[in-house]
Design a protein around this ligand. Structure first.
Ligand SMILES: Nc1ncnc2c1ncn2[C@@H]1O[C@H](COP(=O)(O)OP(=O)(O)OP(=O)(O)O)[C@@H](O)[C@H]1O
Length: 242
């Protein structure tokens, strides 16, 4: 479903992503882990076509994001790290606006907006201004926009970042539920999320893969602790920035 092939990104002399290759099979929920600055967001931005790779490619349902970006983007819903929202719109107004951009109209647009509102539990705030929403609802509104075109693939950049424990739980449950029908790649700093929501995880460090396996395999490799494995295979942020 997602095939990342020798993907690299250089910003000047800085190599953010270094010849990365991995694949995510249909129905997998892959956790994308790594310390700050490891290259997770940059990888996700390249896979979703927001920035061009310096080298390599990513295929979404077999379609190259480099050669056929418009077609490939149709296959994917993306929740960026700092998702843009229009504060002066209502939730449903914003989702209708995003549906327009996705090229949906008529009944398809109405159904898509209703379905995204229902899936993300936004019914009670659908007609409320985005600026008046709590962080959790704002977050779910961002997530809802990524679902409008019913993509086969979801790429979520730190979907639980900044949420309170109840909201984190809700988003994890939602990811698990969406994972029943979609292929999901999501980044997180919360290692417990791997066991709670993922069928597989990849740990990156300095733009390279340093571990890849099921949560059980990774825990075993860490001698019973995913935290221990993470500390063993990744560098401190002071080193990573060097
Ligand atoms: N536009 C840019 N210009 C220059 N350097 C960049 C740019 N975007 C990212 N970088 C650098 O690339 C490296 C990887 O950044 P990236 O945001 O992908 O890491 P990350 O794993 O997502 O980190 P975090 O967990 O903190 O979000 C970092 O050193 C970062 O400073």
């Amino acid at each position: 479903m997602i095939e990342v092939e020798n993907l690299s990104k250089h910003f000047g002399s800085k190599t953010a992503v270094d010849n990365l290759s991995f694949s995510v099979k249909k129905g997998e929920v892959l956790g994308f882990l790594g310390p700050n600055g490891a290259g997770k967001s940059t990888t996700m931005r390249m896979i979703t076509g927001f920035i061009p790779p310096s080298a390599g490619d990513a295929k979404l349902c077999g379609i190259s994001i480099v050669d056929q970006p418009a077609e490939a983007k149709k296959k994917v819903g993306y929740l960026p790290e700092s998702a843009p929202l229009y504060n002066d719109m209502t939730v449903s107004g914003f989702l209708k606006f995003c549906a327009d951009i996705r090229g949906l109209s008529g009944t398809r647009k109405k159904d898509a907006v209703e379905s995204a509102i229902e899936t993300c539990f936004l019914g009670s705030v659908a007609h409320q201004g985005i600026e008046t929403l709590s962080k959790g609802y704002r977050h779910r509104t961002c997530l809802a926009q990524s679902l409008l075109h019913d993509p086969e693939i979801l790429i979520l950049d730190e979907p639980t970042d900044g949420l309170d424990p109840n909201q984190k739980f809700e988003i994890r449950q939602l990811i698990k539920r969406l994972g029943a029908t979609k292929t999901i790649l999501f980044s997180t700093h919360i290692l417990e999320e791997v066991e709670a929501a993922c069928s597989r995880a990849v740990i990156v460090d300095r733009g390279r893969i340093v571990a890849d396996g099921t949560p059980a395999e990774l825990v075993k490799r860490g001698g019973g602790s995913l935290h221990d494995l993470f500390r063993k295979v990744t560098s401190r942020d002071t080193e990573a920035a060097a």
